[in-house]
Design a protein around this ligand. Structure first.
Ligand code: SF4
Length: 397
């Protein structure tokens, strides 16, 4: 993992410094395949923000973005990332010596399938770097994705090609896109299999492992590196299953995590749950990089479908159906809903969903307050008390 992530960031850094290679910024569930097929080196600002969160520097950087007008209540990926830029800071320099800054974009490409914040976020950088910004506007809040939606998104994707050809200096080749898409599909299939090993009792990996292991699926999908990585990981997990090795000793309860991770507390939360002999075995977050609909024989339509069917962009009805399947498949005892204060897009506890699911299928739940990057929104004591009380409730049940 360390090696392939280092290779990825050094390659991006050298592309940004060269005259002939082009760098595209892309939202994490944006059209990376189109960009790669045109020869772009692809940078994902959300991965950078997650590093700011995990290294616990985000909270101190957010106020610098607040000072230029970004509310403390908007996405803390956005505010911590812009704050870091304003302070001329990047954790990349510490992790990868020689890298002095994030890679300068030649173009910024977003998809609003996850939220509008990615558009605003990249819009700020587009002005800063005087680089073009283009994107896809996805239909939000749908229960069913129909033909009309797929056609519309596929057309928006096709419309990106001409400006991207001009920026990259490369001609779009259908063959190239199909090749990248089939690599992406293979990565997605392997990542799905990795996550599905957690259906085993005891689970060989937890949600906390997943948040780290998902790196290649996010930044390297569409490349052979991600595929090679997940083949090795899958073998290791299969071996653990064969040896009956759980990620948590003496696993008693199996939980589902809904919403964003709390990056600055991954270790603390992982240890808290492990001490309670509880494994968080599945999450909507890690599952977001499974794109089962990718089909290289029909690239644009299949990408349009896969990128529009994401959990985060759907109506509660579709989300409830999805969660029911997950609860059944992963043999879940209860759900933790993270009410992430600066990401309402990936918070599903505010419109009665937990209560409806509990009423319908009897699945217990707890809602925890926190945030992906802004640790001021989290009370460690409160979090611990809530989780412990929830486990007691499951014991009684
Ligand atoms: S989905 Fe949430 S965390 Fe991700 S970019 Fe959008 S607002 Fe930020």
């Amino acid at each position: 993992m360390k090696r392939i992530m280092a290779d990825y960031y050094y390659e991006l850094d050298s592309a940004a410094k060269s005259d002939d290679k082009k760098v595209a910024w892309c939202s994490s569930v944006g059209p990376a395949e189109i960009l790669r097929s045109l020869g772009f080196f692809v940078y994902f600002p959300e991965n950078h923000s997650a590093m700011l969160g995990a290294s616990r520097v985000a909270t101190d950087l957010i106020p610098y973005a607040n000072a230029i007008g970004y509310s403390p209540e908007v996405c803390s990926y956005l505010t911590s990332d812009i704050g870091a830029f304003l302070r001329d800071f990047t954790p990349l320099s510490k992790v990868y010596p020689g890298i002095k800054s994030i890679p300068k974009p030649d173009v910024l490409v977003f998809n609003t399938n996850q939220c509008r914040d990615v558009q605003d976020w990249m819009g700020w950088y587009a002005k800063e770097f005087k680089a073009p910004i283009i994107g896809i506007h996805t239909h939000r809040g749908l229960n069913k994705i129909s033909e009309v939606h797929v056609v519309s998104i596929a057309q928006q994707m096709k419309d990106l090609v001409e400006p991207l050809e001009q920026i990259s200096g490369n001609k779009f080749e259908d063959k190239e896109l199909k090749q990248v898409l089939s690599l992406s599909k293979e990565c997605s299939n392997l990542w799905k299999k990795v996550l599905e090993t957690a259906s085993n009792i005891p689970s060989p990996l937890t949600f906390f492992d997943g948040t780290i292991q998902m790196g290649p699926a996010v930044v390297l999908r569409g490349t052979q590196h991600a595929i090679d990585y997940y083949k090795i990981l899958l073998d290791e997990l299969d071996e653990r299953i064969k040896d009956n090795l759980g990620a948590v000793d003496d696993e008693r309860f199996r939980l589902y995590w809904d919403g964003m991770p709390i990056w600055g507390r991954l270790r603390a939360h992982s240890e808290l749950l492990a001490n309670l002999k509880t494994s968080i075995v599945a999450s909507t977050y890690c599952n977001s990089w499974i794109f089962s609909d990718f089909n290289s024989s029909d690239p644009f339509e299949s990408m349009a479908k896969a990128y529009s069917e994401l959990f985060i962009v759907r109506a509660d009805e579709a989300k409830e159906q999805y969660l029911k399947k997950m609860i059944d498949f992963f043999k879940i005892d209860g759900i933790i809903y993270h009410d992430s204060k600066t990401c309402h897009n990936n918070t599903n506890s505010r419109y009665g969903l937990p209560q409806r699911l509990e009423k319908e299928i009897g699945i217990p739940y707890v809602v925890v307050d926190g945030d992906l990057n802004d640790l001021r929104c989290l009370s460690d004591e409160q979090f611990k008390t809530n989780i412990e009380a929830f486990i007691e409730q499951l014991e009684e049940k």
